[in-house]
Design a protein around this ligand. Structure first.
Ligand code: ATP
Length: 306
């Protein structure tokens, strides 16, 4: 048996996110354009008797469960059950995606654990099977497997890849304290129930705007900046009002647009290229923010040579 497998999966930015009304089960129908970005989760899988995990990395790790609630552990258990494997695995997870930051870090861990265990246990499941298992683990896991650029509908898990050209440069500002996705959705429902005149109508059928897909297809950052949007933004800003000043600062410093990623609180500034990214990073750092330069799209979860 292979002794150690290293897999890597990317975090994501939702460059467009539209949210419908909640269904009877409380879940919202969404339409999302995902872009995988160069902030990665690494997983090393080695044989063990049970499924065990250790987590390291430069991000705040206190919110990461180390038991069966961890998405990487759940991924390994699900794959083992699927292929009838009764051994275990030790997962060493190195996180660089902020925890509860709206960038799908836990989902990336699950995706990397799936491909790592698939290789370690010699299962060789076809991609379609891994995507199906991923969808059972969480709405963002199939995208972390697929990477690149994709449109997600339903709960975000019905995925189709989108054509993309070129490279988009982002400066991310990560908050130390994450946000709970269910809380953000509840806040959105409350905000929309307010029915003030400036509140946009809730879309009956969420859909990704064609201009977003055209911008991505053409690799046109300016066009993407004009078309990108996230329906969760007002809810995130109500829960975290300090992000308003951060967004204003980034826009004053020449970011083409500021996006809350997913359910926040990570803010992603789209910039024109590497030089612009560096300048924005300097300005944000001077104001006391931790700013990271990433680019997308990048590939999905894959095994790397040791
Ligand atoms: P989502 O928008 O899907 O909630 P996110 O990117 O905002 O994702 P994650 O970092 O994926 O946030 O984690 C959300 C929560 O999931 C955490 O607060 C934690 O309780 C739980 N969790 C389970 N497994 C993991 C994992 N491997 N890494 C981080 N958090 C995990």
């Amino acid at each position: 048996m292979t002794e150690r497998v290293h897999a890597r999966a990317p975090g994501k930015i939702n460059v467009f996110f539209q949210v419908g009304a909640p269904g009877a089960d409380g879940y919202h129908e969404v339409a999302s354009a995902y872009q995988a970005v160069s902030l990665y989760e690494d997983v090393w899988a080695t044989p063990d008797d049970d499924v065990t995990i250790e987590v390291s990395g430069p991000v705040e790790l206190s919110g990461v469960p180390l038991d069966d609630r961890n998405l990487a552990v759940r991924a390994a258990r699900l794959l083992a059950a699927e292929i009838g494997y009764d051994g275990g695995v030790h997962l060493q997870v190195h996180k660089t995606v902020p925890v509860a930051g709206g960038m799908g870090g836990g989902s990336a861990d699950a995706a990397a654990a799936l491909v790592a265990c698939d290789a370690l246990w010699g299962a060789g499941l076809p991609t379609g099977e891994l995507l199906r298992l991923g969808a059972e683990l969480g709405a963002d896991v199939p995208f972390a497997l697929m990477g690149g650029t994709a449109v997600g509908t339903g709960r975000g898990d019905q995925l189709s890849p989108a054509l993309a050209r070129g490279r988009f440069d982002w400066v991310l500002v990560v908050s130390e304290e994450g946000m709970s996705t269910p809380e953000v959705y509840a806040e959105l429902d409350e905000y929309r129930a307010g029915a003030a005149p400036h509140i946009p109508p809730t879309p009956a059928r969420p859909a990704v705007q064609p201009a977003v897909l055209q911008a991505i297809r053409q690799g046109d950052a300016r066009m993407l900046a004009a078309a990108s949007d996230n329906d969760l933004t007002p809810a995130v800003l109500r829960l975290r009002p300090t992000l308003d000043d951060l967004i204003d600062l980034g826009l004053r410093e020449d970011a083409m647009t500021a996006l809350v990623s997913g359910s926040g609180p990570t803010v992603a500034f789209l910039v024109e290229g590497e030089q612009a990214a560096l300048e924005l990073q300097v300005a944000l750092s001077a104001a006391g923010h931790e700013a990271l330069h990433v680019h997308g799209p990048v590939p999905g979860a894959r095994v790397l040579p040791e």
